[in-house]
Each structure stands twice: as structure tokens, then as C-alpha cells.
Design a protein around this ligand. Structure first.
Ligand code: SF4
Length: 297
């Protein structure tokens, strides 16, 4: 038996997965439109036009934006005083299985040993959940992310020496993007993380790349400057949309950092394809739901 609030959360999560799969967030769509206006390579321009048309058709008919509906990841910010918080993993799992059937989502959860696909996008540790427990927040905020498999190909974490530092970081990021070519379906969004260990760096890179709206610079002036430098350098590579050349290879670069260890300078690079699919909502203890990424009537 599930409480009313649990049912509201389950339904909201199914809706978030539908929005993420079918309705590209406004910031990503607007950045694609700017890239289309700026593009000088005719083949890249026509591909950007197809991407934008595809986004409009998917939204109108509630079709998946891409056949790869990705790995389901949730970022949860929760007030520990709200009673259902400890049940959220179960609710998110149930909602994921239900959404896979309803929307539908492509079943993308595969046992790496047996190669068996679970069929409903759930499995060991999947959907993946990142937690942020915030005292006196007053609500639960859930962001659903669908992370495409192809754009994961270039993602890396590497620990440099402090002497290699920022110059080494720039080299790692530029080599990673250049060598990935058309594999991650450019134009891409690049997340760069810095920290004391490889796992912290890549975790920050992922959060920065996927959650911060495009066009918003880091509030830290050093990180913001690095974002501008990397974005300009990547867009000079002439890889362009789907690797055909052009002035936009990356729609944006986001940098996030933690203080590093004196002996290590770890760098994480996470890439998202242009189909950066995310949707967020806040759910209050009285059952009120507020969608914060999309307009829902
Ligand atoms: S990388 Fe992105 S756009 Fe390309 S196939 Fe995967 S999900 Fe689709």
C-alpha cells in the first residue's frame, strides 16, 4: 500500500521521464538555434536544421528525441524531515520501469556479465541516484536525466601531477574532444571537473555538464574564464555538427571544481551530445508539484 505522497512522487517521476525523453529543455534548444544562425558550413547548417526540426516534432507528438533514450539517472535534493525520503529509491525504480513501458523508453540496462537486458531500465544500481540531503529545504527536488550511450565514449578521468596543472588540463580536454570526433554526436556539451581524486573530478564534471543551464557561466571567475578559453578552443577545431566541419563543435563548456590534494590534480571530462535531456520538479509535503524545467499545464 502506498501513501498519497508516494503516488504523487511516482506519477511526477514518470512525467519527468516523459518530458526528458520528448521535450528538449529550452536552454538547449535556444543554444542549438543560435548555433544554426551562426553556422557557415552548409552541410553542418542543414544538419542543425534537421536536429531543430526533430526537436519540434518530438515535442509535438511526444516521441523520443533520439532512439537511444539513455541511462536513467536521478539527481535528488531532499529535506530529510519529509517522511517518504527513505522510500525514494523504490519509488524511482518503480517509476522508471513504468515509464519504460508507457513512454516508451528503450530498455538500456544490461548485465555486464550475462549480457541480459533487464527490459525495464532497472538493474543493479540502475537507475543511478545522486543524493543531496538539505536540512530545512521544505521539499524534494528531482531531476531526471537520460544520458545517451554514444556520448559517453569520450568521457575520461585522469590524475595529473600538480606541475602539469591547468595547462595539462587544457591539453586533456582538447585531446579528448578532438579524438572523439563525431562519436558523441556533436555539437556537444562538455563538463570538466577538477579535484583531489579521479572519481571526485568526474562526478563534478558530470554534474556541471548536465545540470547547469547552457549559457550560464560559473560563479567562480577563474572557472568562468577557463570555460570561455576551452569553448573557444574547441570551436576552432572545425569538427562541427556530426563531424562535418563548422563553427560549433561545443554548445557550451562547464567547469566545476573541488580543492585538490597537494600531490594530485585530477581532471574529469564528461561529454553530452546535443540531446541533453533533463527535467526537474519540486514536490512539497502537502502534495503540491512544481515543474521547474518545463511548462506543464
Ligand atoms: S549520442 Fe545522443 S544523439 Fe547520439 S545516438 Fe546517443 S543519445 Fe542519440
Amino acid at each position: 500500500m502506498y501513501s498519497d505522497l508516494e503516488e504523487i512522487i511516482r506519477k511526477t517521476v514518470v512525467k519527468l521521464l516523459e518530458l526528458a525523453a520528448t521535450d528538449l529543455p529550452e536552454d538547449v534548444e535556444n543554444t542549438l538555434k543560435v548555433a544554426y544562425e551562426k553556422e557557415t558550413n552548409s552541410m553542418a547548417k542543414s544538419m542543425l536544421k534537421s536536429i531543430i526540426d526533430n526537436v519540434l516534432v518530438a515535442r509535438k507528438w511526444r516521441y523520443a528525441i533520439c532512439q537511444d533514450t539513455g541511462t536513467v539517472i536521478f539527481y535528488v535534493k531532499a529535506d530529510p524531515k519529509i517522511p517518504v525520503v527513505s522510500d525514494l529509491p523504490n519509488i524511482l525504480r518503480r517509476a522508471t520501469a513504468e515509464a519504460t513501458n508507457l513512454i516508451p523508453l528503450r530498455p538500456n540496462a544490461v548485465d555486464p556479465f550475462t549480457e541480459k537486458n533487464s527490459g525495464d531500465n532497472t538493474g543493479r544500481y540502475i537507475p543511478w541516484i545522486e543524493w543531496d540531503i538539505v536540512k530545512d529545504l521544505g521539499y524534494i527536488e528531482i531531476t531526471a536525466l537520460l544520458k545517451g550511450g554514444g556520448s559517453e565514449a569520450p568521457s575520461i578521468a585522469k590524475t595529473l601531477t600538480p606541475a602539469e596543472g591547468l595547462k595539462g588540463l587544457v591539453k586533456v580536454v582538447l585531446e579528448t574532444i578532438y579524438e572523439s570526433g563525431a562519436k558523441p554526436c556533436p555539437p556537444v556539451i562538455v563538463g570538466v571537473g577538477i579535484g583531489p581524486t579521479a572519481d571526485i573530478a568526474i562526478n563534478l564534471a558530470k554534474k556541471a555538464a548536465l545540470l547547469r543551464p547552457l549559457g550560464i557561466r560559473s560563479s567562480d571567475p577563474n572557472a568562468a574564464k577557463l570555460e570561455e578559453i576551452l569553448l573557444e578552443a574547441i570551436n576552432k577545431m572545425d569538427l562541427g555538427t556530426h563531424g562535418v566541419g563548422g563553427v560549433t563543435t561545443a554548445l557550451d563548456v562547464h567547469v566545476e571544481y573541488a580543492y585538490r590534494h597537494p600531490a594530485s590534480f585530477s581532471v574529469g571530462v564528461v561529454v553530452s551530445c546535443w540531446a541533453l535531456r533533463r527535467a526537474s520538479a519540486r514536490i512539497y509535503p502537502d502534495g503540491k508539484v512544481e515543474y521547474i524545467s518545463h511548462k506543464v499545464l
